[in-house]
Ligand binder design. Structure first.
Ligand code: SF4
Length: 698
């Protein structure tokens, strides 16, 4: 293999690619070119447009190459030396901590950070800062699925097996995922399934690119997925499709769920969801009639104030049909961010320590404290979840300083204008990034960090497979890695213990910290990952083969059985009314990624999707006298956004769709509702009430 084997900088599929020296050696041209790898099962030689153009991230014109500070909030950001930047950050953090206590300082991470960074960030918060105030943007991404899987199976581990298992499935029900746009190479597995006679069932309020490829499309009203899942289970039970032997042998709690779904008779569910009974009946028949089948959820089912219960309803359906814990079948969550899976295992969550351990578990605290060389009592307890943390910034009892790595909450947080106000109320905002994101532009100190192809580390993809990202080129001269930045700050804060900045050394410590935990990485080494092309966790020993398909023998619950949990439909936190008569749902498009801080800077991607748009049905557009391409003002109870109208029959007449990749007035998250799921603390990105009006062109 000539070149450097690595993985894509973007989504959780983590497509494999080779980076080799580019023939065009001009300074403005990317220094490497991308070739897809066909030896990586996730992409098998495929890449999407984002992957093909990933090398262009390395030469974005406004790349940060020197630390920046501003003397006062109104002063401009100006270049400074690394010592000046780090001394200022450490000095001000120390001063705030001494004056107001450790929780005056907060840390915010990201689901795109490598496992080594996520681990070090959590350790830095708890040991160097001694703050409980750390969480990450993965809380916005798939935390409801993680909470529901943990509740049902005792463990959350993404897909139930290798992604290639999907090809042998007889049916896949995909609830709230548009993989044809968000991770196109994933579709080859679904296409292979369909070519072999399997059926794809998509649940989505929009007729997305994925729904257009499906055998069956169920198009529910936003916020009613739980009722739909309960209705499907009602039908399965009524028509004798449940796997009684499996339920008796491998689960608990079924009777309560059977009682709970009694009232979800088909025509009632049709009234709630808008999905015709014959389509529901057909979906259940396809799932129950297949030898092997999968129920998958993604953000559409998860990002709700009742997201954990919604995912639980789909898990209940999968359990009743006997799918989880059987080879080639099961329930799975399609994680979104590049290291959305690993990012939630190593301690950057408010309530977790490395190894997917609970921070309030005395045994977990003792184990991790031993690895970190500190006393268990010195470790703080659980802190605020992501949105609660951002909402408390600068408040009288909230954090007064924030260190932010790998996230852009000015664009990606719900009710984004309110978050912007909280950031402005801080005494100190420090952002590490490789581009001047909208959040970095508001910082007091900006630390320029290395990006994907300039550093090494491990990522855990949506299958639970631990992969290696390899450094292909050196970062620009003024740039440092996040691990180096954290080590230097820890040293300036006189933090106890070791603070290596070499990824493999950090990974060795992560392995020790994870040993014995639910996400046990102790048997995984850089050498094994390279030799084996990735290793599935849990992997508790060097001679352990890894665990591609967990739960085959038992679930990770105390009695080894999966738990049915009864759940009921409540509807969205905010319903439509006379003032705000239309539902808004948000999501992603093919050519952009998350807050767009990276992809908006790649010319081919910016050209493909240049700006914010809102999709609306011709009937709604006609009533509002809005034409295709018109400027539209969208208002919710939280704010107003501006977008270009795209008129399409692919969306319900009572619903509009807006992607969330753009900044300024084009932010969909100026509108979204920060109502939180009570279990996962995930905000309700996927539905709120809005009104639309024609707007003058800017
Ligand atoms: Fe990258 Fe995801 Fe596209 Fe694959 S599908 S090339 S991982 S963005």
């Amino acid at each position: 293999m000539i070149g450097t084997p690595t993985h894509c900088p973007y989504c959780a599929l983590q497509c494999g690619m080779i980076l080799s020296a580019a023939p065009d050696a001009s300074p403005a041209a990317p220094p490497v070119e991308v070739t897809p790898r066909d030896d990586v099962p996730a992409n098998q030689g495929g890449l999407c447009r984002k992957g093909w153009t990933a090398a262009e991230l390395l030469t974005v014109p406004d790349r940060l190459t020197a630390p920046l500070t501003r003397k006062s909030r109104d002063a401009p950001l100006e270049p400074c030396t690394w010592d000046e930047a780090l001394d200022r950050v450490a000095g001000e953090l120390r001063g705030l901590r001494d004056a107001h206590g450790p929780d005056a300082v907060a840390v915010f991470g990201g689901g795109g950070l490598t496992n080594e960074k996520a681990y070090t960030l959590g350790k830095f918060a708890r040991v160097a800062l001694r703050t409980s105030q750390i969480d990450y943007n993965g809380r916005f991404c798939m935390s409801s699925a993680a909470a529901a899987a943990g509740r049902a199976f005792g463990l959350d581990r993404g897909l139930p097996g290798p992604v290639t298992d999907l090809a042998a499935s007889g049916a896949v029900l995909l609830a709230g995922g548009n993989t044809a746009e968000t991770m196109p190479p994933f579709m080859r597995h679904l296409t292979a399934m369909r070519d072999a006679g399997g059926a794809l069932i998509v649940v989505d309020p929009r007729r997305t690119a994925t729904a257009r490829q499906a055998d069956l499309h169920l198009q529910p009203l936003p916020g009613t997925d739980l009722a739909l899942a309960n209705g499907l289970l009602h039908l399965a039970l009524a028509e004798g499709m449940a796997d009684d032997a499996y339920i008796a042998a491998r689960t608990t709690g079924f009777d309560m769920v059977r009682t709970a779904v009694n009232s979800y008779w088909p025509d009632r569910v049709e009234r709630i969801t808008g999905v015709p009974v014959p389509l529901m009946r057909e979906a259940v028949g396809l799932l129950a009639g297949a030898d092997r089948a999968h129920v998958l959820t993604a953000r559409g089912a998860e990002q709700h104030a009742g997201g954990t219960d919604t995912v639980t309803a789909f898990i209940n359906l999968a359990l009743a049909l006997g799918l989880p814990g059987r080879a080639g079948s099961g329930y799975g969550c399609l994680t979104g961010q590049g290291n959305g899976q690993g990012g939630r295992e190593h301690g950057q969550k408010a309530d977790q320590l490395p190894g997917y351990r609970r921070i309030d578990d005395p045994a977990a605290r003792a184990h991790v404290a031993r690895v970190w060389g500190v006393e268990p009592d010195s470790l703080p307890g659980p802190g605020r979840s992501a949105h609660e943390l951002l909402s408390a910034l600068g408040a009288p009892s909230g954090p007064r300083a924030l260190l932010l790595f790998g996230s852009n909450p000015v664009v990606s947080s719900p009710d984004a204008a309110a978050v912007e106000e909280r950031l402005a109320a801080l005494d100190l905002l420090v952002v590490a990034d490789f581009v001047p994101s909208e959040t970095a532009a508001r910082a007091d100190v900006v630390l320029p960090s290395a990006q994907w192809a300039e550093e090494s580390g491990t990522m855990t993809n949506l299958e639970g497979r631990v992969l290696r990202r390899n450094r292909a080129i050196a970062p620009p001269g003024g740039v440092r890695t996040d691990l180096w930045i954290l080590a230097e700050l820890a040293r300036r804060l006189d933090a106890p213990g070791q603070w290596p900045d070499d990824p493999e050394t950090v990974f060795a410590e992560l392995r020790r910290a994870s040993a014995g935990g639910a996400a046990d990485y102790s048997g995984i080494t850089y050498g094994r990952i390279e030799r084996e092309g990735g290793v599935f966790w849990p992997c508790p020993a060097p001679d352990h083969p890894g665990t591609p398909r967990p739960f085959l023998d038992r679930f990770a619950t105390p009695d080894g059985r999966a738990r049915f949990v009864p759940v009921g439909h409540r509807g969205p936190d905010e319903d439509v009314d006379a003032d705000y008569p239309v539902y808004l749902t948000t999501g992603r498009v093919l050519a952009q990624y998350q807050s767009g801080a990276q992809t908006r800077r790649v010319p081919a991607l910016a050209e493909a999707e240049p700006g914010p748009f809102v999709e609306l049905h011709p009937d709604l557009a006609g009533r509002l006298e809005i034409g295709d391409g018109d400027a539209v003002r969208i208002r919710s109870r939280r704010g107003a956004a501006l977008a270009t109208a795209r008129i399409t029959e692919a969306i319900r007449p009572d619903t509009v769709f807006m992607p969330f990749h753009w900044a300024g007035e084009g932010r969909a998250n100026l509108l979204t509702n920060p109502a939180l799921d009570p279990v996962s603390r995930m905000p309700e990105f996927k539905v709120c009430a809005v009104r639309l009006e024609p707007a003058p062109r800017p």
